[in-house]
Design a protein around this ligand. Sequence first.
Ligand code: PDD
Length: 287
Amino acid sequence: MSRIVYVNGHYRPYGEAAVHAEDRGFQFADAVYEVIEVRDGRLVDETRHMDRLARSLSAISVQPPMSRPALAHVLREVIRRNRVRHGTVYLQVSRGAAPRDFLFPTAGLQPTVVCLARASSQTVLDARAAEGISVVSIPDIRWGRCDIKTVMLLPACLAKTEARDSGAREAWLIDADGFVTEGASSNAWIVTGKGELVTRPASSAILSGVTRATLIDALAHERMQLAQRPFRLTEALAAKEAFITAASNIVMPVVRIDGAAIGDGRPGPVALRLRAVFHHIAERSSH
Ligand code: PDD
């Protein structure tokens, strides 16, 4: 079966789907995006993802390209046409195509909308979670508005490639004061030696993760306390547990940071419990 990509109102074969050479997303990273989990053919936490997309668009002064119901239809159609049961949907909205100019065009630009779906193996992800992943720490060289989900991802690409080259799956980004901001494409969490669950508060220094927000709801169900405060790399290295959250891997235990074992070097009970309960709490879309 061939893959289908949605581009500006058309469903095209993967190899033929294209945007304009002067698309501002391509020239200036003048675009925002969402990655949404697909589970059993349904979108996970669609409302929160669409709310965040609206916030990102508003932050860069791009009008929503279509109504929410229309966008919801595109997401479902891309999932359906690609027959994805488990995986992710990628949705990108750029300001549109115009002759290259730093200034935002004043009027008349149609945003470019691209939507793709990709299947992933639940078995592979679950096996990875059962083993846990390694992360490496890397200086956070990104800009001051990491709360906007833009496609300006070169720092994340560099960080993740460096992580891969040192045998790790994710990079934890460290700010100028030695605090962990977040993962290159995930939020970062630890369980301290005293059993305190900690994650950095939402601010312009991190992306306010949808998975993070839903996990905070799950904590209330589990009657677990959370401290939202910055934590240093040194505190993470001394932690009992560590994990990351993202739509692409939900709760993923971290068992090594910079080569040093976290806790006993195996996925911890808090991370595994939260991974197990997450989808009971998360919103599941209708078809
Ligand atoms: N990344 N922080 C960053 C920098 C991210 O890129 C992501 C997600 C997250 C987690 O957000 P959420 O829980 O809403 O997925 C945090 C996606 C998965 C990506 O770019 O592929």
